[in-house]
Design a protein around this ligand. Structure first.
Ligand code: NAP
Length: 466
């Protein structure tokens, strides 16, 4: 068996760490995201290979079996997963990271000698006890929290917040008990203390995610991503693996920063969300049906006529565009409109769709030029001077009740000011509400025309009429 010199191992881990940082840097913009992905993959290959060649690995049989099973499952999921199901997939993956952390901590606790954690007196080093307790606790919270997020996002249980009397005092009590047991464990390495602490962490993971409503779910997924990173970092200390510590810290901190940015984007309090919706809006995601007021309904022919005669058109894509896979047809439509001399741009809301960057990825897949795609803060002032806005499968991100109705679950979320344009065209199948379950007042406005139908079919029909 090849055995690497410790200096070579350190150097390889350093190179892997630099590649991970370059991956994060690359993923910060659509143009460089592919390169970022390749950097991440190369970094992970170097890190895993280096670890596998380390002195503590005695045989490769089980490693190859695990790698084979993991690779088959990973490739199958990556090939078949719908982009719209990505958030629950990510939540599912985080649950595995959490469970891995619990299992490694549990194994290290059960057989500390195998991990080199036994002090001369026969006890586990105190520092190791802290690391394994933190790894197990954060891992358990990540696991059960991610499973609940998965079931909510997958629609296996209702996405509505679940709250009960005394919820926050109970959470606080369990939180304090976990901290107390970790401290106690540092003085006395009783199995009962370790396993009770781990069990309570599983319970608190469920309790902090159930009160979080649909509109806050993207933040939760990103926050669980952060937790999974910290769990991995804790386990990195137990295993004495620098690459795992660095990777865990990168995932932990970047997930926390992304959550913070998303909270700002949705005008939610970061601490309310991470503490399990403490003081949050319990009315979130309460569905309200369409009322009987008439709406102005148009056809693909009307839409083609209006857009062809416009000077400028802004397209606002949302979740429905992803469901219908309308991005390629949309690209064709923009080409046709540009040929007619119409200025076309895209406006992307930070939480449009079902995951951060969802719309950017789909538009990039359809080769929509990056310089035609604008973020909310860069385009929001343009709507008032725009002739036509084509909202395709988006709903919540255009809902003005976020600005005007303090009782709305999305109140305070910055929205795209589409209603300021001269004409607003909405492509959707009916009058159903969006993810947050609130009716959109815009559908009833004088300058709105509803184009009822599947997003892709409607766009194809508009193209034919152009
Ligand atoms: P949305 O508010 O969920 O609305 C999507 C609309 O698309 C629905 O009203 C639906 O109406 C329509 N639709 C569905 N399938 C369609 C199809 N085949 N053709 C045409 N229309 C279709 O979407 P959004 O405006 O993009 O807002 C995103 C929401 O998701 C926000 O509330 C956000 O907080 C939440 N969220 C975001 C993320 C993220 O990270 N981006 C993650 C999780 C949740 P019909 O049924 O009438 O067609």
């Amino acid at each position: 068996m090849i055995e690497l010199h410790p200096n070579v191992v350190s150097l390889a881990y350093l190179i892997a760490a630099v590649l991970f940082i370059m991956a994060l840097r690359g993923l910060s913009s659509p143009e460089s995201s592919r390169t970022g992905n390749y950097c991440g993959m190369l970094g992970m290959l170097i890190a895993v290979t280096t670890t596998a060649l380390g002195p503590e690995v005695e045989s490769y049989g089980w490693i190859f079996i695990a790698l084979g099973i993991g690779a088959v499952i990973g490739i199958a999921i990556a090939r078949n997963i719908a982009m719209t199901a990505m958030p629950q997939l990510v939540a599912g993956f985080h649950s595995l990271v959490g469970m891995a952390a619990v299992l490694v901590a549990g194994a290290a606790f059960a057989n500390p000698g195998a991990f080199g954690l036994v002090a001369p007196g026969g006890e586990i080093y105190v520092a190791s006890r802290v690391e394994m307790a933190l790894g197990a606790a954060i891992g358990a919270i990540t696991f059960s929290g991610s499973v609940i997020a998965f079931t909510k996002l997958q629609g296996l249980v209702s996405g509505a917040p679940v709250s009960f009397k005394g919820q926050h005092p109970l959470n606080a009590l369990i939180g304090l008990a976990i901290v107390g047991l970790i401290v106690y464990f540092c003085f006395d390495q009783q199995p009962a203390v370790f396993w009770t602490m781990t069990a309570l962490a599983f319970v608190i993971g469920v309790l902090i995610i159930i009160p979080i409503g649909g509109a806050d779910m993207p933040v939760v997924v990103s926050m669980l991503n952060s937790y999974s990173g910290w769990a991995a970092a804790g386990i990195g200390f137990t295993l004495g693996n620098d690459a795992l510590i660095i990777t865990g810290a990168l995932v932990g901190s970047s997930g926390a920063i992304l959550s913070y940015i998303m909270c700002k984007g949705m005008n939610r309090s970061f601490f309310n969300v991470i503490l399990g919706g403490f003081g949050g809006d319990s009315s979130a995601a309460t569905a309200t049906g369409a009322d009987d007021r008439p709406v102005k309904q148009g056809s693909a022919e009307d839409a083609a006529f209006i857009m062809k005669n416009a000077g400028s058109v802004i397209i606002v894509p949302g979740y429905g565009m992803a469901v219908a896979q309308a991005q390629h047809a949309l690209r064709e439509l923009t080409d046709e409109l540009k040929d007619e001399g119409v200025k076309v741009s895209f406006a992307i809301h930070p939480v449009a769709g079902r995951m951060p960057g969802h719309m950017n990825v789909l538009l990039a897949e359809a080769n929509v030029p990056y310089d035609e795609v604008f973020e909310l803060e860069d385009i929001n002032n343009e709507f008032q001077t725009t002739d036509v806005v084509l909202v395709i499968g988006a709903n919540d991100v255009t809902n003005p009740s976020a600005k005007t109705d303090p009782t709305s679950p999305i109140y305070g979320m910055p929205i795209l000011d589409v209603e300021k344009a001269r004409t607003v065209l909405f492509i959707k199948r009916g009058m159903a509400s969006g993810y947050a379950g609130v009716q959109n007042e815009l559908f009833y406005r004088d300058n709105t025309m509803m184009l009822f139908g599947d997003a892709k079919k409607m766009v194809e029909s508009i193209i034919r009429n152009l």
